[in-house]
Design a protein around this ligand. Sequence first.
Ligand SMILES: Nc1ncnc2c1ncn2[C@@H]1O[C@H](COP(=O)(O)OP(=O)(O)OP(=O)(O)O)[C@@H](O)[C@H]1O
Ligand SMILES: [Mg+2]
Length: 400
Amino acid sequence: MTGVAAPDEDVNRLITFEGVTKRYPDGTVALDDVSLECPTGQITVFVGTSGGGKTTALRTINRMVEPTGGRVLIDGQDVRERKPAELRRGIGYVIQHAGLFPHRTIEDNIATVPYLLRWNKKKARDTARQLMERVGLDAGMAKRYPFQLSGGQQQRVGVARALAADPPIMLMDEPFSAVDPVVRAELQDEFLRLQDELHKTIVFVTHDIDEAIKLGDRIAVFRTGGELVQVAAPEDLLAHPADDFVAGFVGQNRGIRSLSFADTAELSLRDDLVRPVTAAPADTAGLDWVLVVDEARHPLGWVRGPEVTGPLADAALAPVGGTFQVGADSVRGALDAAVLSPAGLAVGVDGGGAVVGVTGGAELLAVPTHGEHHRRPGKEHPVDTAGADSASAVRDGASD
Ligand SMILES: Nc1ncnc2c1ncn2[C@@H]1O[C@H](COP(=O)(O)OP(=O)(O)OP(=O)(O)O)[C@@H](O)[C@H]1O
Ligand SMILES: [Mg+2]
């Protein structure tokens, strides 16, 4: 086993919450009659107010928390019918700050669960090395200790460790919260890329609504008192928040954010403002702005039609601004390109960087943000995740 096996089509891995309640002895209701499905092979994100019950809900899945009412099922089986240690071996667990063992090397941290499963040492370490490569860690780090790694690198180790026994389910509790925004974005991108290969059933807790929208196939919003307020795909959450609480939570920028789900393949692009650099000057007459392209149709820059007095090759060109890849980038990306462009027009290119056409203004905003069967442009090349931590699940289990 390498931690990278193809998804097993026979295993369902669906997580179901049925009326789950957690009431602590002091009267605190951490979860209040929560019913929810976390679909197989998808990322379900829990967001909401601090103390809203997200971590509690996550931990009922691997029995680190036992509900006082209702039940949690995996593939239709009540998790209470499974022994905690055995259950947790199939559930990777990643936490903030990675939770690595400080006195163990990186490769031995990653191989924690394989060692527990009594794999031979060579196989366990080979798996650890493969996983290091997979999460973007240099092999030279294998013999280092956690304190010799950056925060972002430690989170990668945490993810690798959670993946080591190839669990079908991953629970991730704010795995990227402790690193700076740039590193966080990298970790998120790699997480989506990894998930695109591995198709784990993932439950991911975050405070960050942007992270939830970027990573989630579905988003579950919790509020104080352990109430599940809404479960929806990100684009639906932005377009149709269930109430004022959710609307407030997704923020004032939800209009702009929702453009992330609008597909640039649906834009009609203008070709009539594009001219090859070899075109005759007269060819630009009557046009306010002209986009000049080279022989391969790669964009060179913008020029105002009336300012063209000689060959386009000699014209002083204003910078292109930004480009967007048609069908791959979202309308939000196209809007960004338009704002950066001196002409106020976004330049759409194909996968090879050749200009398809330009567009701007009202045309950009006319694209529907969720047609039927629409997929988020970003989701076609999903990203990677954060540190999972079967080890700490096993460890915590021992003290349960
Ligand atoms: N052992 C406990 N005894 C009593 N109350 C508890 C216990 N553990 C958690 N709680 C309470 O349960 C509620 C839910 O806590 P939980 O950790 O699930 O929230 P959360 O949504 O993960 O919050 P955060 O975003 O701050 O991590 C909180 O009010 C918390 O104080
Ligand atoms: Mg929490």
